[in-house]
Every structure is written in structure tokens, then in C-alpha cells.
Design a protein. Structure first.
Length: 223
């Protein structure tokens, strides 16, 4: 009788363990199917020592990172990108954020009074060398005419992806225009400038003015 009781208890324990494992597997499947921060957070709260906890933590971090990047891109401000970098120092979007921060600096510099004038120190050897380097860089761009720059990105693929989104968002303004992807460099690394050619300086200003009314950042460029 005693042995029978022990066996019965063992069987009950085994059944409970199996039931627990089955429930954990079902909950993990539900979490991965939902693939949301809430689902993974709930799973980790219920099963902190699960064999899937590391995978859940990694995916949770990725989802939160993507959410914060989308929020920063939607705000599209220098502060938003700086905050993103501070919160996600090892993110895959850090280089992109730095490039966009540099874009703000370049836009502000081009809009500053007297920005187009040569400084008095331009006659120095250092300034002359910088001017020659800038001229060569412009020549490499191989783009002559009037453009509207719609952004700068860390890869050609991201620039192309942005163009698809903008073309869908502004069909009447951009439908007749073809994008140009100008490769360059910045302190953050390679950069690809997304530009669309227009017929004149006035056309560039008009298009950029229209886009800015819809909170789309842009820059009229003469290359």
C-alpha cells in the first residue's frame, strides 16, 4: 500500500509538471504570435526562469527600440534623435539618428544669414584646401541643377524606402519626379542624400514650401 501511495504521488507530480510545461509552451506560443511588448512582458512575469526568457527579453528590447525609433522619426527633431541615442546607445538606428542630427546642422547653416559668403580667412592654406576638397566632393556628386533634398540616410536601401513612403504620402506633389540618391560622407559614416530634381530655383522653393506645410522636412538645393 505504501509503495502504491508513493507511486500515485509520483504520477500526480509528473502530471502536474507536464501540465505546467504544456501551459508554458502554450503561453509562449501565444506571446510569439502576438509579438507585442505587452505579450512578452506578461510571459516574463509568469515564467521568469523559462528556457525562453532570454529570447523573450531580446525580442522585447527590439520591439521597444523600434517603437522609440518610430516615435523619434515621427517627431523628427534634433532633441528626439538625441534622446533616442542616449536611450539606445547600441541600437542599429544610432548611425541613422546621428546623420539626421547632422542634417539639422546643415540645414541651419544653409539658412543662416551670409551662409553663402566666403569667410575672410578663406585665403589661408587650410581654408583653401577645404575649399578644394568641397569642390571635388560636389563634382563627385555628378548632379547639376536644382533639387529638393528630402533627407539623408545611412544606406541607399533606407533612402529608397523613404522615397516609397513619401511618394505614397504626397502623390500629387511627387508623382512626376524621379529620385536621385547622392552618395557622400559625414562624421557618422557614409550618407545617401535623397533628392528630386526640379526645373528651377523657384520650383524647388515652391515644392519645399508645400511639403513643409505638411510637416515634411526638406531643403531646396542648387548643385
Amino acid at each position: 500500500m505504501r509503495n502504491t501511495g508513493i507511486c500515485l504521488i509520483s504520477m500526480i507530480c509528473a502530471m502536474l509538471v507536464l501540465a505546467g510545461c504544456s501551459r508554458e509552451s502554450a503561453d509562449w506560443k501565444s506571446a510569439t504570435t502576438a509579438d507585442t511588448t505587452e505579450a512578452y512582458q506578461q510571459f516574463l512575469q509568469q515564467y521568469p526562469h523559462s528556457s525562453n526568457s532570454q529570447t523573450a527579453t531580446t525580442r522585447l528590447k527590439a520591439l521597444m527600440e523600434d517603437h522609440d525609433w518610430q516615435a523619434a522619426a515621427a517627431a523628427d527633431t534634433r532633441v528626439a534623435y538625441q534622446q533616442f541615442i542616449a536611450q539606445h546607445t547600441d541600437s542599429k538606428w544610432v548611425q541613422e539618428a546621428r546623420i539626421r542630427i547632422e542634417n539639422f546642422s546643415a540645414t541651419a547653416a544653409s539658412a543662416a544669414p551670409g551662409a553663402a559668403r566666403e569667410p575672410a580667412a578663406a585665403s589661408s592654406p587650410t581654408a583653401s584646401a577645404a575649399k578644394v576638397a568641397a569642390t571635388k566632393h560636389q563634382a563627385r556628386e555628378a548632379a547639376h541643377g536644382n533639387f529638393v533634398q528630402l533627407g539623408a540616410f545611412s544606406s541607399r536601401e533606407r533612402a529608397q524606402s523613404e522615397w516609397k513612403q513619401l511618394a505614397a504620402k504626397f502623390p500629387s506633389e511627387l508623382k512626376t519626379l524621379k529620385p536621385a540618391y547622392i552618395e557622400g560622407s559625414s562624421r557618422a559614416g557614409p550618407v545617401y542624400k535623397l533628392r528630386v530634381p526640379v526645373s528651377s530655383v523657384a520650383a524647388a522653393r515652391d515644392l519645399c514650401g508645400t511639403l513643409k506645410k505638411h510637416s515634411q522636412r526638406c531643403l531646396a538645393v542648387t548643385a
